[in-house]
Design a binder for this molecule. Structure first.
Ligand code: BMX
Ligand code: ZN
Length: 294
């Protein structure tokens, strides 16, 4: 049995995964915690009496030689340069495999496509549009990775939408796509535009009735569409898969498709939502940990 963890900026999911790599049971907690020790204790309690012989972890942030080095340093305050592999090995006394959350989800979605009917797909871009904007890339059947853990943090490419002003990203750059297209950014920008506190879900609920909310969502969708086109131009992807709380919304996918159609045909990519829904990271990291052992 595998214990799979998906540690996002807002929520952490844990799943017990059987030998057929299917989820047997799933639970979740908030990722926000005053420090690592308290988060680790909450994790231990969440897992309870589950029995497993390996731990597979998909986490937000860059992983460099087992150390978590976030790009967005404000997302989870307590773990800059956390030796996550060692800490989780101590906590669970089992071998631990760690990879970026969007990379894991990309692999999970890619494996799904290989078993479903239809033409074979060899290259995909997976985007999680959630607390941040994460990205995982498969090119010619291989997951793209790099020693510095930066591949493929496409959410930190800059957008080119005019007239938006300067947005500072917690990675140190300005105008990263994450600063206008993440769920956090959508809620923040609509809150400022409307003059009242709005959650991301509330902003989407107002799409057809509030022009300011529609504008914020459309700008996010436009930036994501441009990103997909740019990645297609550089990597030749067959398909872009949207995941995360915002990415899974039909309305958002349709707005991304709308902006995609403004591009010449050769640059357009097929856009789908994650077949595994919010489980792509959990299933993908379990598959990757299995593959690494094989
Ligand atoms: C940020 C970055 C990515 C991550 C993405 C989505 C950090 C801590 N995270 O761009 O590594 O994949 O957010 O993360 O630097 P999520 O928490 O929204 O799933
Ligand atoms: Zn950035």
């Amino acid at each position: 049995m595998i214990l799979a963890l998906d540690i996002g900026g807002t929520k952490t999911s844990a799943a017990l995964i059987g030998p057929n790599l299917k989820i047997v049971e799933k639970r979740s907690i908030s990722t926000q915690s005053p420090n690592w020790a308290m988060f680790a204790r909450a994790l231990r309690e969440l897992i309870g009496t589950w029995q497993f012989d390996r731990v597979a972890v998909a986490t937000t942030g860059r992983i460099v030689e087992g150390v978590l080095q976030p790009l967005n340093t404000e997302m989870i305050s307590f773990w800059n340069a956390l030796p996550i592999t060692d800490e989780l090995t101590k906590l669970f006394s089992q071998p631990v495999f760690v990879v970026n959350d969007a990379a894991a989800a990309a692999w999970g979605e890619f494996q799904c496509m290989q078993t479903s009917d239809g033409p074979l797909v060899h290259s995909i871009l997976y985007l999680t549009i959630s607390t941040g904007v994460g990205s995982g890339l498969i090119v010619n059947d291989r997951l793209v990775s790099s020693a510095n853990g930066l591949a493929s943090h496409a959410g930190h490419c800059q957008h080119s939408l005019p007239g938006l002003g300067v947005y500072h990203c917690s990675c140190g750059r300005t105008n990263c796509i994450e600063t206008i297209a993440s769920g956090t950014a959508i809620a923040h920008r609509a809150t400022v535009a409307c003059g009242e506190t709005l959650s991301t879900i509330e902003v989407f609920a107002r799409y057809y009735t509030h022009s300011e909310c529609a504008r914020v969502i459309d700008q996010a969708a436009h930036a994501i569409s441009d990103l997909i086109v740019n990645m297609n131009a550089t990597m030749g992807i067959d398909r872009a898969v949207l995941g995360g709380g915002v990415g899974l919304l039909d309305l958002f996918r349709e707005r991304v498709r709308f902006y995609m159609l403004k591009n010449p045909t050769v640059f357009r990519a097929e856009i789908t939502t994650a077949a595994l829904g919010s489980d792509s990271g959990l299933v993908g990291v379990a598959q990757l940990s299995n593959k690494d052992e094989a």
